[in-house]
Design a binder for this molecule. Structure first.
Ligand SMILES: NC(=O)c1ccc[n+]([C@@H]2O[C@H](COP(=O)([O-])OP(=O)(O)OC[C@H]3O[C@@H](n4cnc5c(N)ncnc54)[C@H](O)[C@@H]3O)[C@@H](O)[C@H]2O)c1
Length: 300
């Protein structure tokens, strides 16, 4: 995939190309998948998938702004992707739950990169079976602390709202842009809690109610903004990944794989093609959609 994306990046593209493409040129043989000349902001860039999103967008030619809570972690991502993309990638620490922090991010991107063409709202709180919270029953619905519920809403919903409001409004002012909101299979179907049950019947991990609730809200916000900004040239779509294999115990991985038509958990690279597609003109007639990339998890 990296090679395919890199080849796409070899072609120069621009907002002007996008306009001419929408008058009937081919999105595939033209500059459709290229992000050359585009500036792409990725939140949660230092996380498991965020760093892969940054690498994929850079390989397609974008100048990537890698933003996360920790400055050193953002800089490490930029080093990892080799500063690829016109002008080199930019690390920027920001807390998406704080309006002044998101406004500072927007101003820095505009000052250093000149424009915002792509926004990937990827940052989220996502309790994971391999995380420390997995020990104890704190995630069980009956016990789930109000503070964790509110933290999830603040990062996953309010953070996405603020980034759309402050960075997306800049796209709307310019009349072009693509926003990709990262949702989840659990935005569409409920977590099957039996997946987390050990063969001996014990269970200490539960997927919380907060995660699917916030991801469902991300889909609703995506549709709202697609309708709201359709006339302003800003496309807003969601990408819904399935579970990524990341050091979980073998029993969990096997149970997940058995429930997945393609027979395995995702590799972090499995989302690169879909992300570049949504970010680029290849998806130029798509807005308000939810692109599901889950190995078939939600198909049955
Ligand atoms: N990993 C999976 O299996 C999976 C499956 C489906 C959907 N997703 C979604 O994909 C996205 C990325 O998941 P991941 O597994 O890479 O998560 P992750 O936990 O590895 O990374 C999330 C990143 O968001 C950052 N973040 C948290 N709060 C923030 C804040 N207030 N401001 C700025 N950044 C903040 C964290 O520092 C972290 O680097 C999430 O939206 C997640 O819900 C992941």
């Amino acid at each position: 995939m990296a090679d395919a994306v890199a080849n796409a990046g070899a072609d120069a593209g621009s907002v002007a190309d996008s306009a001419s493409a929408s008058r009937g040129g081919s999105a595939v043989t033209g500059h459709g998948f290229s992000l050359a000349g585009r500036v792409a902001v990725v939140t949660g860039a230092a996380g498991l998938l965020g760093r892969r999103h940054c690498a994929a967008l850079a390989a397609a030619g974008a100048r990537v702004v890698a933003t996360d809570l920790d400055e050193a972690a953002c800089a490490a991502v930029v080093r990892e992707i080799g500063g690829r993309g016109e002008g080199g990638a930019l690390p920027w620490a920001a807390d998406i739950t704080r309006p002044e922090s998101v406004a500072a991010l927007r101003d820095a991107v505009l000052e250093r990169c000149g424009a915002i063409d792509v926004l990937v709202n990827n940052a989220a709180l996502n309790e994971k079976v391999e995380s420390p919270l997995a020990s104890g029953e704190v995630l069980r619905f009956e016990n789930f602390p109000l503070a964790l519920w509110e933290d999830s809403l603040r990062v996953n919903v309010t953070g996405t709202f603020l980034c759309c409001q402050l960075l997306g409004a800049e796209m709307a002012r310019r009349g072009a842009g693509s926003i990709v909101n990262i949702a989840s299979t659990y935005a569409m179907v409920a977590p099957d809690q039996s997946l987390y049950r050990q063969p001996d019947g014990t269970q200490t991990f539960f997927k919380s109610a907060a995660y699917p609730t916030t991801k469902g809200a991300v889909l609703a916000l995506t549709r709202f903004l697609a309708a709201y900004w359709g006339g302003a040239g800003v496309r807003v779509n969601a990408l819904s990944p399935g579970g990524v294999e990341n050091g979980q115990d073998a029993g969990f991985v096997a149970r997940y794989a058995a429930r997945t038509p393609l027979g395995r958990m995702a590799d972090p690279s499995d989302y690169e093609g879909a992300l570049v597609f949504l970010a680029s003109d290849a998806s130029r007639y798509m807005t308000g959609a939810n692109l599901v990339v889950d190995g078939g998890w939600t198909a049955w």
